[in-house]
Design a protein around this ligand. Structure first.
Ligand code: ARG
Ligand code: ZN
Length: 883
């Protein structure tokens, strides 16, 4: 169970010399060192005698030599803490065995053997939530990436595929429901105990193994596949949560249909089970036929879930379902290939959500996530390519880079190929590599062959880290528009002197008089610098570039403010229009925060912004979801990223002041918008969602311009809310205003929802994310609240992730915010290393900050690094962050 380990000699003596030299540096695993495993494991039998405090596992492995690998006299079975009770080879003693660190190495003389291993584990003591653990009286598993080795000794690597037969037995009263991968083939009773046997016909790596045992109820439904297979669908939850599973079930059925229609993928078992658990490190897990989900991504109803929560459920249900092909039928050769399944599956879930709702709004949301999480990662000490070259702890590489940039890279292939050709490429990939553990290279090759693209140079996107910067100049020469583009791929840790990459940019050139363009074009910049000429322009056009965010790059250009106002009003690509609006505000806020604006320039800048926003409010062609996007201010984090040695305090003031000006100048328009939105009754329609988005947005502006009025309005919205979106939006605004309304509504919210853990999470995070001047004191007090626990990742994240992303609190000039997060990391690390390590990157931004804050952040990282016993997860993130 303990991740920190003491090296021992074979006779058990502590190796003092080693311990003194390098007390805690875990080894670095390198991609180029990959070798195939020496053994195949065609069949695995697992027998679980289940108990909350003690579970006994008998694992029977059929092994045979891998003809494709170098022969060795031993087999290495990975372990991470299970107690070895007994070991047999072919029914008797093994020729030899030894422990090498945590691994069990068994001598095997012949070409095929049966190994039987009995282990014991303690699920209730498993606070890391990896392997088999107890949650709320039930048992469940999380094996990706290396959790299976906490259950039994096994070649716990994704390129060893085996067919699993699993028997589960345990007390019927405690575990009335017994679930595993595949299909149930037999069951029976034995006094107070009962048992079930499951068989999964599809060979899979150990990370896709799952079991669940507990007192659960299901929403049951079915889906008939394109070839007529009748699939039973179940969403399993605790008694009482059943009414909140309808949206998850509908999302599942829509995912199954969509994957048939858009990617030609059909489901391949007769049963699909989803289980919601309240203690979970991540969002969800795609185990074959038995997805395990964080409750956050299953449970939703209008009373307790926001519109954003509903979208989250749909997206994650889709994501895990799509993994059945991109991940399970074709898995990864090694963990360096993680983006093969994650990048591709994120793209698939993004396209799915685009099709289910508003395409442009979904695109804007995805770009916001990329810029908010991935761009900072890519410009900081933890930057890595989407296919990393080395790691110490693979859990640290489930990143925005591997997931979200990975998706963008495949999206670029799709943009260059066109949808039809791209589909030929993915068809070929699924066909060619079905049943295999594949590599990113296999995927690229399939797209090349199937879509007819040459991706030779494009492969650099897989090996080079860093967000490319594209500089743009547009000139007018002799009736032609002349576009000059150049690119720089910045240095990142361990990578300098990078090569230019192919960057596909969708552009349009607008005529200034007619405000029209003669068609969108795709320009691919694949050299350091290039010039593109467009004839037929009597005067300089207005350039709209990187439309739909066709490439994950930053654009730098000297564009007139009036051109941005023009694009914010006329661009027919909704994303580009949003972008122009954002650029207008970002440009102003960056200049203002750096003290570069004189009074006149400041006034002119705000006037342009207000004018552009006014035209957005008045534009009747817009739907309200899109209008909400266009009216939103850029986040403080995004502005900070644009500035060297950023001063968060200064940026905060400028941003609040612009917000107040907008609130004042557009007071009447915003008020009318609110009244119109208020009249729309609750429903899940795009219209009603848009209305709710606008209402809270109006409150946000009012809070900056007229706090007392905003508090009254927000309290009113809170009181008459018939759904969580309105209620949470109102409370979010109220928590930032020091007012009587604030205290009363916070108390009401808690009392109303104290029995619903997911809503109590909201209550914690709203306060942690608030703009209130005393937010640090509030967070400290909340950490002492009877409902706070370090054992539940959702609760920890709701309080501390909320705080770490709140620049107002985290970057407090005193440095108190930094200390708070460092204290949390140190306290959480021994309990849940994976979750603790996720907080390190916020402190890792120290190089980007002004000198005083920078030094304080660094100091906290050093304090963590000096701790006597750190997990592999936190050790790696802290050393890289300091490096
Ligand atoms: N494959 C899962 C998903 O993307 C994530 C599992 C991550 N697990 C972990 N221990 N890091 O849906
Ligand atoms: Zn995934």
């Amino acid at each position: 169970m303990d991740i920190a380990r003491t090296p021992t000699t074979p006779d058990g003596n502590i190796e003092m010399a080693d311990a003194a030299v390098e007390p805690k540096a875990p080894p670095e695993i390198r991609r180029e060192d990959y070798t195939p495993f020496a053994w195949l494991v065609p069949a695995t039998r697992l027998d679980f005698e289940l108990g909350i405090d003690k579970t006994r596992i008998t694992a029977t492995l059929e092994v045979e030599r891998n003809p494709a690998a170098d022969p060795t006299p031993t087999i290495r079975l990975n372990g991470d803490g299970p107690k070895l009770v007994s070991l047999k080879c072919d029914g008797g003693d093994c020729a030899g065995h030894t422990m090498d660190g945590d691994d069990l190495v068994v001598t095997l003389e012949g070409d095929s053997h049966t190994i039987e291993i009995v282990t014991e584990i303690e699920p209730s003591a498993n606070s890391q939530l990896m392997g088999l653990y107890a949650s709320n009286g039930m048992l469940c598993t999380q094996c990706e990436s290396e959790g299976f080795r906490r259950i039994t000794f096994f070649p716990d690597r994704p390129d060893v595929l085996s067919t699993y037969t699993v028997k589960m037995s345990g007390p019927k009263a405690l575990f009335p429901i017994l679930l595993c991968n595949g299909n149930k083939v037999d069951e029976g009773s034995d006094g107070d105990d009962h048992w079930a046997e499951w068989h999964d016909p599809w060979p899979k790596p150990s990370y896709l193994f799952a079991l669940v045992a507990g007192d659960l109820v299901a929403r049951n439904d079915s889906f008939t596949t394109m070839n007529g297979r009748e699939v039973e669908l179940n969403v399993w939850v605790r008694d009482g949560d059943l009414e909140r599973t309808e949206h998850a079930m509908e999302s599942l059925k829509r995912s199954m249909k969509w994957d048939e229609e858009v990617f030609g993928r059909e489901y391949d078992l007769d049963l699909y089970n989803i289980v919601a658990v309240s203690d979970f490190n991540m969002g969800a897990m795609e185990n074959k036929g038995l997805n395990v989900f964080n409750t956050k991504y299953v449970l939703a109803d209008p009373e307790t879930a926001t519109d954003g929560d509903f979208d989250g459920v749909e997206g994650v249900i889709g994501h895990e379902y799509f993994h059945n092909w991109s991940g399970n039928r074709i898995t990864c050769r090694d963990w360096f290939q993680l983006s093969l399944k994650e990048g591709f599956t994120v793209l698939r879930d993004q396209l799915f959500s685009q099709d289910m709702g508003s395409e442009p709004v979904k695109r804007i949301e995805d770009v916001r996530v990329l810029r908010g999480a991935q761009f900072p990662e890519d410009s900081g000490p933890l930057a890595h390519p989407i296919r990393p070259d080395s790691y110490r702890e693979i859990s640290n590489f489930y990143t925005a880079t591997v997931y979200n940039k990975g998706a963008e890279v495949i999206r670029m292939m799709r943009t260059m190929a066109g949808e039809g050709a791209f589909r030929k490429g993915t068809d070929l990939y699924f066909d060619r590599h079905d049943g295999e553990a594949a590599t990113c290279e296999d995927f690229i090759k399939s797209i090349e062959d199937g879509a007819g693209l040459d991706l030779t140079q494009f492969r650099l996107w897989y090996s080079q880290a860093g967000t490319p910067r594209v500089s743009v100049e547009l000139a007018h020469e002799g009736g032609e528009a002349v576009l000059t583009l150049s690119q720089v791929v910045p240095d990142t840790p361990g990578q300098t002197g990078k090569k230019p990459m192919p960057i596909p940019l969708k552009i349009a050139l607008f005529d200034r008089e007619s405000a029209e363009h003669s068609g969108e074009q795709l320009v691919v910049l694949d050299t350091e610098s290039d010039t593109f000429r467009f004839p037929g322009f009597a005067q300089l056009p207005v350039l709209s570039i990187n439309r739909t965010f066709s490439a994950p790059v930053t654009i730098s250009r000297n564009i007139e403010r009036s051109d941005l106002v023009f694009l914010a009003r006329h661009d027919d690509d909704p994303f580009a229009r949003y972008e122009a609006m954002q650029d207008l505000m970002v440009g102003h806020l960056v200049a203002a925060s750096k003290g570069e604006l004189g009074d006149e320039e400041r006034a002119a800048g705000t006037t342009d912004i207000v004018t552009a926003l006014r035209s957005v409010i008045a534009d009747e062609a817009l739907d309200d979801l899109m209008r909400g996007e266009l009216l939103s201010m850029p986040s403080q984090t995004y502005i900070m990223e644009q500035i060297e040695a950023a001063d968060p305090g200064r940026i905060f003031e400028e941003r609040e002041s612009l917000k107040a000006t907008i609130g004042t100048e557009l007071k009447d328009e915003l008020h009318r918008l609110y009244e119109r939105a208020e009249a729309v009754p609750y429903s899940q329609s795009a219209e009603a969602k848009g209305a709710r988005k606008l209402k809270t947005l109006v409150l946000v502006y009012a809070a900056a311009s007229d706090p007392q009025k905003a508090a009254e309005l927000a309290a009113h919205q809170y009181d008459r809310a018939d759904n969580m979106t309105d209620r949470q939006g109102a409370l979010m605004v109220l928590t930032g205003i020091d007012s009587a309304e604030r205290t009363g509504r916070l108390l009401d919210f808690y009392n109303r929802y104290r029995d619903n853990a997911l809503v109590v999470d909201k209550w914690f995070s709203l306060q942690a994310m608030s703009l209130h001047p005393n937010v640090i004191e509030h967070v400290k007090a909340l950490a002492q609240h009877e409902d706070f626990t370090m054992k539940n990742p959702n609760r920890v994240r709701s309080l501390y992730m909320g705080f770490a992303v709140n620049p107002h609190g985290f970057h407090a000039a005193s440095g108190e915010g930094y200390r708070l997060i460092a204290d949390l990391i140190l306290e959480l690390d021994p309990i849940n290393a994976q979750t603790a390590a996720r907080f390190v990157p916020s402190l890792g931004r120290w190089r980007k900050m002004e000198p005083v804050r920078s030094a304080m952040m660094r100091e906290q990282l050093e304090r963590i690094a000096a701790a006597p016993k750190l997990s592999r997860d936190t050790f790696e993130q802290v050393t890289r962050s300091l490096g």
